[in-house]
Design a protein around this ligand. Structure first.
Ligand code: SF4
Length: 401
């Protein structure tokens, strides 16, 4: 399933607001009036009248407005009685549904899905700044001030459904927010106490014990920080992340977090600059970081810098099966909780199938045509949409026993 999460998919049908605003999709025209000012009514069927008081109105599918009632909040009815902030929603984003949270930018005619209630793959982008510059970064860092992202999340989090199973916090480097990150985790703990939170971080900022302590003190019941280590050799890790001294800071960060009772996941992306020492890294982890809560070894996403450096970084997963197998079995034998992400079953040795997870986010996940005849398709995680740039010679339908 490939989804567009944002784009210029709105056609204004009435007087628009001047600036961007956040709202939650509502498909119930009879929603309590007191709560309507933060709800955006989505109508899929034609309607003669519109209930008053919603923050905005989206007409999707066969939905149309024939005139009649109005939304007079703020005196906003335009000529002809149409409420203000009424838009026709483009087909690409008609997957939006009750409970989703969106940002509408009337000036650009743009809409962005910030949270999808039915998705297991919601991530909160908190900054695009980063103090690493990884050679395969899928989201290359930017330097501009993007503090508004956190401001926006303060409004978005209270609109999310309490039954949300998991949320990611991603960047950039989320820990660069300092106290802002602590505040966000506290906000999530207050509004979504049953939601697991997974922060993707390079770990360096947590080398400051006081900062690690403030995260631990939030006392979030289900929090994990995922931190990459790309080699057992400091200079190799520092090369991959393009930051001298990063290996040492990252290790201290991991130790500090565990000391403050925060769960830690070790992450490793396999590519041409990292795969050869994967077995040595596994031994390093079992000797020094046996207490880590999870180890995720993952295939390369061919986007961002990975795409720009494709010729240098690409290695067919068939060509690192030996190193991957040795590392995974060693970690498993030592009692570490290990998973393989982002690699289809047909490129893995069958002894590794039990470690493979369906890890690719729903909105950028796909299969190739050959997968249609594969009996393993429902168990297989498939591909990133970007995977068509390079294709493993091992992709072929398989039969599961
Ligand atoms: S053929 Fe497709 S569905 Fe089957 S294991 Fe390979 S990638 Fe997965």
């Amino acid at each position: 399933m490939l989804l567009e999460l944002s784009g210029r998919h709105l056609q204004s049908l009435s007087v628009p607001s001047e600036g961007p605003f956040i709202g939650r999709i509502c498909e119930d025209p009879h929603a309590p009036e007191a709560a309507r000012d933060r709800e955006i009514l989505l109508l899929r069927e034609a309607s003669d009248t519109l209930p008053e008081g919603f923050r905005a109105y989206l007409l999707g599918g066969a939905g149309s407005y024939e005139g009649g009632g109005s939304n007079r909040r703020g005196g906003g009815a335009s000529a002809g009685g149409a409420p203000r902030d009424m838009y026709r929603l483009g087909a690409a984003m008609r997957y939006l549904a009750h409970g989703d949270v969106v940002r509408i930018d009337p000036r650009r005619g743009a809409i962005a899905a910030l949270y999808r209630r039915s998705s297991p793959s919601n991530s909160l982008l908190v900054t695009e700044r980063c103090d690493n510059y990884c050679v395969m970064c899928s989201q290359p860092p930017k330097t501009h001030d993007d503090a508004w992202l956190l401001d926006e999340l303060r409004a978005v989090v209270p609109l999310m459904a309490p039954e949300t199973k998991e949320l990611g916090i991603t960047g950039g480097e989320p820990a660069l927010l300092g106290d802002g990150l602590i505040e966000l985790v506290r906000l999530l703990e207050q509004h979504l106490p049953r939601t697991a939170v997974h922060i993707l971080s390079n770990g360096r900022r947590f080398s400051d014990l006081a900062f690690a302590r403030s995260l631990g003190r939030v006392g979030h019941p289900d929090l994990m920080v995922g931190i990459p280590i790309y080699s057992d050799l400091p200079e190799e890790h520092d090369y991959v992340v393009q930051a001298r001294g990063a290996f040492s800071q990252t290790l201290r960060g991991i130790l500090n977090l565990k000391r403050c009772r925060v769960s830690v996941e070790i992450r490793f992306v396999v590519h041409a600059e990292t795969y050869r020492r994967l077995p040595e890294l596994a031994h390093f982890l079992t000797r020094n970081l046996l207490f880590a809560d999870h180890v995720a070894i993952m295939g390369l996403e061919l986007t961002g810098f990975a795409r720009a450096n494709l010729d240098t970084l690409w290695v067919d997963p068939l060509d690192y099966r030996e190193q991957l197998g040795e590392a995974v079995h060693h970690l498993h034998r030592a009692g570490m909780n290990v998973s393989i992400y982002n690699l289809p079953l047909c490129v893995l040795d069958t002894s590794l199938h039990g470690f493979a997870r369906k890890s690719i986010s729903d909105w950028k996940h796909t299969y190739f045509d050959v997968c249609d005849t594969c009996s393993a398709k429902t168990a297989c995680g498939g591909f990133f949409a970007s995977s068509s740039l390079r294709r493993s010679r091992g992709i072929r339908p398989i039969s599961l026993p």
